[in-house]
Design a binder for this molecule. Structure first.
Ligand SMILES: *Cc1c(COP(=O)(O)O)cnc(C)c1O
Length: 376
């Protein structure tokens, strides 16, 4: 029997394990020196002034929305084809989520659809780098500049990806990376926001630690004194996570190279197979290939294909259900049919296994099995 091929999986080696053990033996399990070192590692890698580590990527997005000043009545535009967290972070700040439809080729948010949805209440755009391919950031930033909007890029899939030769992280006002185990590198749970803005940086530091800061008044009072000036959260990353992250980051470029190789192999193997639409990429982007998501032909029943693949121990998945289809968003009044391209794309989407531990023979097996189900 074929071993279970999951759609994503972490790659942990002895060096990573040792890095965590070293932190366990150190005086600091949290709020220690590993956090700063991890933040510096990320900032240096992408080329930004600042990085703020959070307990997870969702908390990081929440922090970015706080820094951008999202509040009641503010509209934030994002893609419906993403994980719910890209929209939920807006709701945490009591903002209004506006879903703009995707581009039918790249499956990323369509710049023209963003423009159509801009109103006097729009405050932020959250483009998502779906599957690791950067969103079309230059026109998005231009649009944002014209309308005085803040851009928070959801780069949960795209650490290490590039756009016009520039690394994701340097394109938007703030960019989030996630370190969940299926993401490009992992800290088990973890997230970060990178930015060049000192103002955003200071706001997020305060936000992730209860809203506490060292005000001039506190400094006058003495070393024990601090002030809580706003309602923050405990969204801190631990030093254990940071230690793992520092070790994982040494391997990121190698991981991405491997993912690109695997994606290229899938693309090549699918050339001779009728019916499957492989991912399209803008020529000016280099994807991080977090996911390999294909479109099935319209004559097949996706549910049956999914079931048969799973029965063959091939861990296919579907990314993503349009966010506003979830009952929570339906109850807020979003209607099915809102983003027709996203909905049509969703009906035929299937994510195939792609991660560091996949081999070429695994890929051949995936293709053989899928071909059997599609070309009957
Ligand atoms: C994983 C993910 C997140 C959230 O990250 P967590 O670290 O799991 O909280 C947000 N957006 C997208 C697109 C993701 O894939």
């Amino acid at each position: 029997m074929q071993r279970l091929l999951t759609y994503g999986h972490q790659a942990i080696d002895e060096e990573d394990i040792q890095a965590v053990v070293d932190v366990l033996r150190s005086p600091f399990l949290t709020t220690g020196p590993k956090i700063k070192e991890f933040e510096q590692t990320i900032a240096d890698y992408v080329g930004t002034k600042y990085a703020v580590a959070f307990s997870n990527g969702t908390a990081a997005l929440h922090g970015a929305c706080y820094a951008a000043g999202v509040g009641v009545g503010d509209e934030v535009i994002t893609s419906p084809i993403t994980f719910a967290a890209s929209a939920n972070c807006v709701r945490y700040m009591n903002g209004t989520v506006v879903f703009a439809d995707i581009n039918e080729k790249t499956y990323n948010i369509d710049v023209k659809e963003i423009e159509k949805n801009i109103t006097s209440r729009t405050k932020v755009i959250i483009p998502v780098d779906f599957t690791g391919q950067p969103a079309d950031m230059d026109p998005i930033m231009e649009l944002a500049k014209k309308h005085n909007l803040t851009v928070i890029e959801d780069g949960a899939h795209s650490l290490g990806a590039t756009y016009n030769g520039r690394k994701v992280g340097t394109l938007a006002d703030m960019t989030m990376f996630s370190f969940h185990p299926v993401k490009p590198v992992t800290t088990a749970e973890g997230g970060v926001i990178v930015t060049d803005s000192e103002e955003y940086y200071q706001k997020m530091l305060k936000f992730r630690s209860h809203g506490i800061e060292q005000t001039p008044y506190a400094q006058e009072q003495g070393d024990w004194y601090y002030e809580m000036t706003d309602l923050g959260y405990n969204y801190r990353m631990t030093d254990l996570q940071a230690g793992l992250g520092i070790s994982q980051m040494k391997k990121l470029d190698k991981f991405i190279a491997k993912r690109r190789e695997l994606a290229a192999m899938y693309n090549k193997l699918f050339e001779d197979e009728k019916g499957i639409t492989v991912p399209y990429h803008l020529p000016n982007t280099e994807s991080g290939w977090h996911l390999y998501s294909v479109q099935l032909p319209e004559h097949v029943n996706r549910k049956e294909v999914f079931k048969a693949m799973r029965e063959a121990n091939i861990g296919v998945h579907v990314h993503y259900i349009p966010v506003y289809w979830h009952p929570y968003y339906q109850q807020l009044g979003y209607q099915k049919g809102l983003c027709p391209k996203a909905e049509k794309w969703y009906e035929y989407a299937l994510t195939l296994p792609l991660h560091i531990l996949i081999t070429e023979s695994d890929q051949l097996l995936v293709i053989k099995q899928l071909n059997k189900l599609v070309n009957f």
